[in-house]
Design a protein around this ligand. Structure first.
Ligand SMILES: NC(=O)c1ccc[n+]([C@@H]2O[C@H](COP(=O)([O-])OP(=O)(O)OC[C@H]3O[C@@H](n4cnc5c(N)ncnc54)[C@H](O)[C@@H]3O)[C@@H](O)[C@H]2O)c1
Ligand SMILES: O=C(O)C(=O)C[C@@H](O)[C@H](O)[C@H](O)COP(=O)(O)O
Ligand SMILES: [Zn+2]
Length: 382
């Protein structure tokens, strides 16, 4: 991998801070970069049981060298979506208390999206808000979850139901960390990459050719080609940085980033978040299925051609991602789960639907029958 890319999140709302996403090889050892965003004397490194043994010591050594006197401690959780809970959230707060973290302390989230969301939420709540530095190690976290400030834990009743908007003070993505990522987790990250491609013409900056590029580079992405992955990460971060800069609290077009998620989150919840250690779908896989279902719903409602989802489905399949609802899930139960989707309001469900050509929009008033028909596979292209 060559070079370091930086993407700025230059917020338009005065209440939201600007920050920089640094992407490149070797950044986990860049103590100056990591320490540059630490304001106070205390830092808590939060990680999980897969990532900590691989990378925590390196990050700590780099930080200690760059910032002698830093009171740095480590809190490690078991890996997996089933651990993104209020219980673990409370444990992070306890670790901050044990550290004696003052209001200028920082949380350093070293891991995938589970660690990032949980640690970010704890940072949002400790003393009503301290800094979090996101140090993503999974592809999904580099392209999506470390950027934009959505933090949360899951509840048994629904995904990310308790959370806060809490933008990071910085994002530091060391692309060489992807070399240890299990192939299944690489593919999960590619699902969110495809999401940007699917809705690219509705996202600014206009990078409508991104889906073509993904099709051309699918094999290189799957093969973990350093340069191709680094380019994909930077392009996704540019999409996300732009949308969250203008709509940090999802009052407008940020909601488009939820393409595939109304269905996907329902699947994850209904499976008890068993995607990492059980036999369920993980987040990226559920979003892959969800995007195909959303494409089917778009066609069924006449918003896209009947065959619009074919291209999306075949790219996801090429990337080794699932495109159908796992056996045994009850359509009515999935529909009930969707009622707690955060885009829903008193008037009912809202879906991110698309035109099959890169354009997406938020659509309200979709009849339950139409959703159920897609969930039951009764529409031609669901
Ligand atoms: N906040 C947001 O905007 C946002 C966006 C997208 C997804 N998310 C959330 O992110 C989570 C999914 O993130 P994820 O896919 O990273 O899952 P994850 O955090 O569970 O990581 C996936 C697996 O890979 C392991 N891992 C991570 N980096 C590794 C590395 N470099 N080497 C070896 N193993 C590594 C982890 O230990 C875990 O077992 C979900 O909870 C989802 O809701 C949040
Ligand atoms: O950043 C966003 O906005 C997203 O929607 C990104 C999604 O990929 C991510 O999964 C997010 O956590 C979903 O948010 P939620 O509000 O639907 O819980
Ligand atoms: Zn997502």
């Amino acid at each position: 991998m060559s070079g370091i890319a930086t993407v700025s999140v230059a917020a338009t709302a005065s209440s939201v801070p600007d920050y920089t996403i640094s992407i490149g090889p070797g950044l986990l050892d860049d103590g100056a970069l990591l320490a540059a965003s630490l304001r106070g004397r205390h830092a808590l490194l939060v990680s999980d049981a897969n990532v900590a043994p691989l990378y925590a010591q390196r990050v700590e050594a780099a930080l200690r060298a760059a910032r002698p006197g830093l009171a740095l401690s480590r809190w490690v959780m078991p890996a997996g979506e089933q651990e993104k809970t209020l219980t673990r959230f409370g444990e992070v707060l306890d670790a901050l208390a044990a550290l004696g973290a003052t209001r200028d302390a920082s949380v350093i989230a070293l891991g995938g999206g589970v660690v990032g969301d949980l640690a970010g939420f704890a940072a949002a709540c400790w003393m009503r808000g301290i800094d979090v530095v996101q140090v993503p190690t999974s592809l999904l976290a580099m392209v999506d979850s470390s950027v934009g400030g959505k933090t949360a834990v899951d509840l048994p009743t629904g995904k990310n139901l308790a959370g806060a908007f809490h933008p990071p003070r910085a994002v530091v993505a060391d692309t060489t960390a992807l070399r240890s990522l299990p192939p299944r987790e690489l593919r999960a990250g590619l699902a969110e990459v495809v999401k940007y491609g699917a809705i690219a013409t509705s996202l600014k900056p206009d990078d409508g050719a991104f889906l073509d590029w993904l099709e051309q580079h699918a094999d290189a992405l799957l093969g973990c080609d350093d340069a191709v992955l680094a380019e994909a990460i930077a392009r996704c971060c540019r999409f996300k940085a732009a949308v969250v800069a203008r709509d940090p609290f999802e009052r407008g077009d940020r909601a488009l980033l939820n393409f595939g998620h109304t269905f996907g989150h329902a699947i994850e919840t209904e499976q008890g978040y068993a995607g990492t250690i059980g036999d369920g779908l993980n987040h990226g896989e559920a979003v892959a299925v969800g995007m195909v279902l959303a494409a089917g719903l778009s066609s069924a409602l006449g918003l896209a051609d009947a065959s619009a989802g074919d291209r999306l489905r075949s790219l996801l399949q090429r990337l080794g991602l699932p495109v159908t609802i796992p056996d045994g899930l009850d359509p009515l139960a999935l529909l009930a789960r969707m009622r707690l989707d955060k885009k829903a309001d008193a008037a009912g469900l809202r879906f991110i639907l698309w035109d099959g050509r890169g354009g997406a929009s938020v659509v309200s008033g979709v009849a339950d029958d139409a959703v159920l028909a897609v969930l039951r596979g009764e529409t031609a292209h669901a």
